[in-house]
Design a protein around this ligand. Structure first.
Ligand code: ZN
Length: 263
């Protein structure tokens, strides 16, 4: 079963899930936008989709298939923590998603602290208007580095290929949700915020001001920020100015997005 057919099936299932998520959040933010649209939506969609297309092709060729096969090999040999513990499938599946979410938290935090990583991650933060398409806006350099570090996590944790695909899909769906230009009603926000990263808290991670930008790094579970002391309460006024202080320009052209880490 762990062969080309498996890889193709996983690729298709993930693509379908992520397109459905993106379309759903795109429609939701069209119907209930939290912030006024300050840049042309068509231009945003086109530019961010082109970047995502380039990233998908690069990763499909270079890393995604290889990581799935590595996960399959580790599982078959019982390597990695999950292999050693031999927990029931659903428990191991859920634990893997939690562990991957925690790994993503630390990786995101490192992207803000390590100057070389920040060069690439700032392409994501240069966006002056955060919406669901911002979840597509990552420099290929950041994603390739992240795939390399993810391989180390795979070796240590040992999730199977299906669990790995579920981890990646869950993180991407959560990113689409918390980047979407929507805002939950106050009561829902209060209930959800201690558990999951909400659009309001993640928007605060995109502010020009550093107080909330250098905080709120979680992707799915907001518990990581609380646990590791990086939660900062969003402020409506601060959340009005998004982007980076040194560059008020949005850089929507794909070539300027690609070149900006090297300038
Ligand atoms: Zn960030």
């Amino acid at each position: 079963m762990y062969n080309e057919a498996m890889i193709r099936w996983i690729f298709r299932a993930k693509f379908g899930t992520l397109m459905a998520g993106l379309s759903g959040f795109f429609l939701l933010e069209t119907r209930y936008p939290a912030r006024e649209w300050t840049t042309a939506r068509g231009e945003r969609l086109l530019s961010h989709a082109l970047l995502a297309l380039l990233n998908s092709i690069l990763l499909a060729i270079l890393t995604r298939g290889a990581l799935l096969l590595l996960a399959a090999k580790l599982e078959a040999r019982g390597w990695g923590l999950m292999g050693v513990l031999g927990l029931p499938g659903p428990v191991s599946f859920l634990l893997s998603i939690a562990a991957y979410d925690c790994f993503t938290y630390w990786w995101h935090r490192a992207n803000h602290r390590v100057p070389l990583l920040w060069r690439f991650h700032r392409v994501h933060h240069l966006d002056t208007h955060v919406d669901a398409t911002t979840s597509l806006r990552f420099h290929p350099g950041e994603l390739l580095l992240s795939e390399a570090v993810k391989a180390l996590w795979l070796l240590a944790w040992g999730p199977g290929p299906y669990a790995l695909a579920a981890c990646e899909a869950a993180v991407t769906l959560a990113a689409q949700f918390h980047h979407a230009n929507i805002d939950l009603p106050d009561a829902a926000e209060r209930r959800l915020r201690p558990l999951v990263m909400t659009p309001r808290v993640h928007t605060a991670h995109h502010t020009v001001t550093e107080r909330t930008r250098d905080a709120n790094f979680a992707t799915i579970a907001s518990v990581w920020d609380r646990l590791f002391g990086t939660f900062a309460e969003p402020d409506a006024e601060e959340s009005r100015s998004l982007g980076l202080p040194e560059t008020p320009q949005n850089y929507l052209g794909p070539e300027s997005l690609l070149l900006s880490p090297f300038q």
